[in-house]
Design a protein around this ligand. Structure first.
Ligand SMILES: [Zn+2]
Ligand SMILES: [Zn+2]
Length: 390
């Protein structure tokens, strides 16, 4: 006679499965709500401390506007470049923020494959493109490098796209980026690659600034930024403008269009996670792995996968050689440099003008003089090799 096992496995009922999924979904929702409360609280605390920040901001604005930049450049050359002693101090607020962004972002990816509506997925892709546009065409090529000029409506549009990125204000972004170009690979470089891959990727945002960076940032010319009313509007209203465009609007739109709150919230966190990490990869990966067709003496290099994902920002060795070129790449109008194509489109409709480019002759000369003998895509360029030997 067949004996029944002592330990029988009972298939969970449909109601039990649904209740487990319900609990799992709600855990993430509770974390999301707790995180939103945490953001509000830190914003209030920040506001109560803003008097102190305001004084230092006004002071640095005054310094930048009144300093003769030639004298500043002289003082940079004369001062010793030995780094001051550095004591690592963690910023807990940022550590919690980024840990959550990875957990919430990965859960958003899971929801994207399992339960998000097509409307939410398409909206996430559109907001991804607008974020990249705000970061690359706006914060980077327009406001940091002044590689082209833009009409006021285009400046406002790019400032709002940058707010969508939720990567601090344009003033901070531009100042840090100018420091990066001026003092690349030194302690004054905010994401100095010589302090390691992780530091240049994310670590620099988790610890207090190096004293050398604090000292040198007063020497960066920010007069154009402080004189730009669009950028200053974002700076003055950052407390509500950044959460509104970075969190509230991109979460509310798919929610209003019919998806549930959890999908809308977590796919927006996923968008933030991807776009912020693409920016970070430009600081880490593009300063450690790739080829250097234009200047082999710098750490900046080029990398094909990043060229594709950042829609044209991956030509980083070219960009460090010619930072004022609006294309940030030699063949700026090729099919992988979408942001350049978009800027060209802005020019055609009269929104962008005075687009700066390096001439073919200047680029060739630079390649011959300081390049590593590779071509734009990292292939061996025999012609350049032969000419550099002559
Ligand atoms: Zn760089
Ligand atoms: Zn740059």
């Amino acid at each position: 006679m067949k004996q029944e096992s002592e330990y029988t496995y009972n298939e969970p009922t449909t109601a039990e499965i649904y209740s487990r999924q319900y609990v799992l979904k709600n855990i993430f929702l509770y974390i999301a709500c707790a995180y939103a409360v945490y953001l509000c609280l830190t914003s209030v605390i920040w506001r109560s401390l803003s008097n102190k920040k305001k004084i230092s901001f006004e002071k640095s604005k005054e310094m930048c506007l009144t300093k003769n930049m030639e004298q500043v450049d002289e003082s940079i050359n004369k001062e010793p470049t030995i780094a001051e002693p550095y004591k690592r101090e963690y910023i807990m607020k940022n550590i919690i923020f980024f840990i959550y962004s990875y957990i919430g972002g990965l859960y958003g990816l899971y929801l994207g494959f399992t339960s998000a509506t097509w409307g939410t997925i398409i909206f996430t892709l559109i907001s991804y493109f607008l974020t990249i546009l705000g970061l690359t065409a706006g914060a980077h090529r327009l406001f940091s490098h002044k590689s082209f000029k833009a009409t006021k409506p285009l400046q406002v549009f790019l400032m709002l796209c940058h707010s969508l990125a939720y990567q601090r204000t344009l003033v901070t972004w531009v100042r840090d980026h100018r420091l990066h170009h001026k003092f690349s690979d030194t302690d004054a470089d905010p994401h100095n690659i010589s302090r390691g891959f992780f530091f240049s990727h994310l670590g620099w945002l988790l610890v207090k600034n190096h004293p050398e960076m604090v000292k040198r940032r007063e020497m960066v010319d920010m007069s154009d930024v402080y004189g730009n009313e669009v950028v200053m509007f974002q700076k003055r209203h950052a407390q509500w403008l950044l959460p509104l465009f970075g969190i509230i609007i991109p979460t509310t739109i798919p929610w209003v269009l019919g998806d549930n709150f959890s999908n809308s919230w977590h796919l927006n966190i996923f968008r933030y996670m991807v776009t912020s990490n693409l920016t970070f990869l430009t600081n880490s990966l593009l300063h450690s792995w790739g080829y250097k067709p234009y200047d082999k003496t710098v750490s900046a290099c080029q990398n094909l996968p990043l060229i594709v994902m950042t829609m044209g920002e991956g030509f980083h060795n070219y960009h460090h050689a010619f930072p004022w070129d609006y294309r940030t790449g030699e063949l700026g109008n090729n099919s992988l440099n979408y942001i350049t194509k978009v800027i060209d489109g802005f020019e055609k409709v009269g929104l962008a003008f005075d687009l700066k480019t390096a001439s073919e002759g200047v680029v060739e000369e630079r390649k011959r003089r300081t390049g590593d003998g590779k071509d734009l895509w990292g292939r061996e360029n025999k012609e350049v090799r032969l000419r550099s030997k002559l």
